[in-house]
Ligand binder design. Sequence first.
Ligand code: AMP
Length: 400
Amino acid sequence: MKVLVINSGSSSIKYQLLDMNNESVLCTGLVERIGEEVGRLTHRIAPDTEDAKKIKLEQPISDHEVGMTLAIDLICGENGVVKDKSEIAAIGHRIVHGGEKLHEPTLVDDAVVEELEKIIPLAPLHNPGHLAGIRVARHLFADVPQVVVMDTAYHQTLPPKAYMYALPYELYDEMRIRRYGFHGTSHGFIAKEAARIIGKSFEEFNCITVHLGNGCSMTATKEGKAIDTSMGITPLEGLVMGTRSGDVDPALHALLARTRNMTSEDVDRMLNKESGLKGLCGMNDMRDIHAAIEMGDEKAKLALDVQTYRNRKYIGSYMAVLGHVDAIIFTAGIGENDYIVRRESLKGLECFGVKIDQMNNAQRAAEPLKISTEDSSIEVWVIPTNEELAIARETKNFVN
Ligand code: AMP
């Protein structure tokens, strides 16, 4: 069974075709700069094998339909990884925000499209791009079942005490203002992988998953269900990220409006695009920050300290929420590659039984890697995330 996973953004489409008989990646690609003067398509065939091949196209790509058609021409046909479109059994669409109603993988129909349109105010940067991808895919693959898999789905099990803000109740009643959580596909994937590797049934597994990429979030999972997470109604709340502030005092908005005449758009842009690591030291890539620290840059050191201290505070609070913790799992660009961030984020947790094998921790993790010592009472793992595979699995299970 072949499943095509589509992650359609406002000006880009990421895709991956998987053979779900053995979960291998047949091809993957990225269409970028849709609607700009010159668009780009990068297509990789059998990317995880020795026969990997890359094809690059540069040409105007006026809209999502043109972009997707170009991709399909590379995926299918004489030189494609499948001979005909009809070999694709199902399509899984990544959706950042499913609101309160869309939380299970769901077959795309007109009602689903309407619901996604309704919740655009909750995810103005993401859902319009997803809808563009869905419309085109429904047109080009009219007979293929299409499934939406929501990034908010994994956190739908949060109890009200964790998802409610202490705000006037009518904001929830009338506008569904509450915490939703994001990166759910990633948190769910690494939590399940960890349970499988450690050999525990997921229904009995308690863990803290730490997704540290450009966006960063943390989730507490108790007995196989998410019970708390760091992101909120938008992906801004919680940890310190590449350009996003994470938690700040909400009075900041009013203070900046009064004292610096900033509009709500100004503050929103500042908190999302000009804050986090970048706000503190001018750099948002951890590799650059480490290089700058080596050169004695104090602001870079401060940025690392602020991020890792926040990580540690959240890990500690999720330990308190969970009680017993089987595992702490790191993933994504920083979580998988940066042993210094892992080391600093776990510092001081020895008194809770977290013991790190620093030799193991210093390794890069292309495969799941255990970084805790044998006598650590909580296992600590680095597990590479694979959101496309998780979406393909959900799509396959749903269609079957
Ligand atoms: P992601 O959003 O998961 O793709 O993660 C992207 C971020 O991961 C980048 O902005 C970097 O900060 C970080 N990153 C990627 N590779 C490395 C590395 N080798 N060492 C440290 N950080 C890395």
